[in-house]
Design a protein around this ligand. Sequence first.
Ligand code: HCA
Ligand code: CU
Length: 402
Amino acid sequence: MSLKTDDPNYFAHQYNDSEKDKKKIKILDSTLREGEQHPGVSFSIKQRIQIAWMLDSFGVDQIEISPIVSPDHHEATKIIMKQGLKADIVAHVRSIKSDVDKALDCDTNWVATYMGISDIHLLAKLRISREEAKQRALEVVDYIKSHGLKSRFTMEDASRTDPEFLLEMCREMNQRGIERISIPDTVGIMRPRGMYNLVKMVHDNIDNSKTSLDVHCHNDVGLALSNALSGCDGGADQIHTTIDGLGERTGIPTLAETAVALNLIYKSNNSFRLHLLKDLSRTISDYTRIAIHESKPLVGDSAYKHKAGTHLAAILRNPSAYEIIEPKQVGNRRKIVFGELSGKNGSAYLLSLLGLDSSKENAESLAKGLKELRMGDILELFLDEKLERKILNEDYVKTNKE
Ligand code: HCA
Ligand code: CU
């Protein structure tokens, strides 16, 4: 069997390099809106401005903020608008004219309104009929348009909305020339294939030259990013993220995972400055006092730790044996963990790092000693760049060839 990269059956990681399904997918970061809905998170005005600057220099396409939450948010939005950032600043407000007025007052050029349109939301929250909801939503979109602003409408709880009604709403918005529609999985109930179908249904039934689609997926069972990416396969071209995935309950996809997935796996043509990812994460963690979980992909402390002796032996010869993107490319660092799993290879390496004789006998006796360490009694070492180069190119590899 011979397979080519344009073959639809092309499989495994080679599929990433196929031209099939390749398209640019943008990022809207909502750390300043969804992120602030995370329990215990509230930024100061200064912090919001700092975060906006950082997100802009990272290269996200849109930054979302809600000017209606408090006078401080209103103030922060106004100041952010004056910074001349490259990213669009999107004011996220309820589908109410007086909320839109607050956005207008901040001079944002994008306004996103949202309304829960599933029967659960219409009955439990808004207590209005579908028809009333539609009229209200359209009126507000017309109002935004009459001020010459770009607008997005969020079909909140889209994943639990009657598909007929969802389509009706989308078509109406589309006919009015709305620039974007957000299809959120507000409660994180979708599976990837279902998200693909949902977005594709909307995409195939509207005029795509007028309206583009966003996906906003919650992470209640850990499928947020998978669902969002599937939504993009179905026709969306923008994913909502927050730094470290902050948000209501368990949040939405993390900026780091999304940006790296787009860049490395989906080959989307963005110019993200990925090396800022760890710093973004650290800054947010400082501001929120929520520690970055050590096993968080890409930015966590364990994301580049190598422990088993067999892994270490491979890493020392070629880090890509166990790393899909170099730590420095995302601002993180590689660490070697010495402990009960280090074995002969790890021990020889530790001896050579310490400038000691790394002979077979010494390595074996150190390996034995390390095995007797109590679980959890581990020694971790950063590999700085100079040392890594030295080890990779010279001594260790040459003298320890099997
Ligand atoms: C909310 C709802 C929202 C909106 C998403 C969006 C959701 O928390 O107010 O505007 O795209 O998850 O549905 O975050
Ligand atoms: Cu949300």
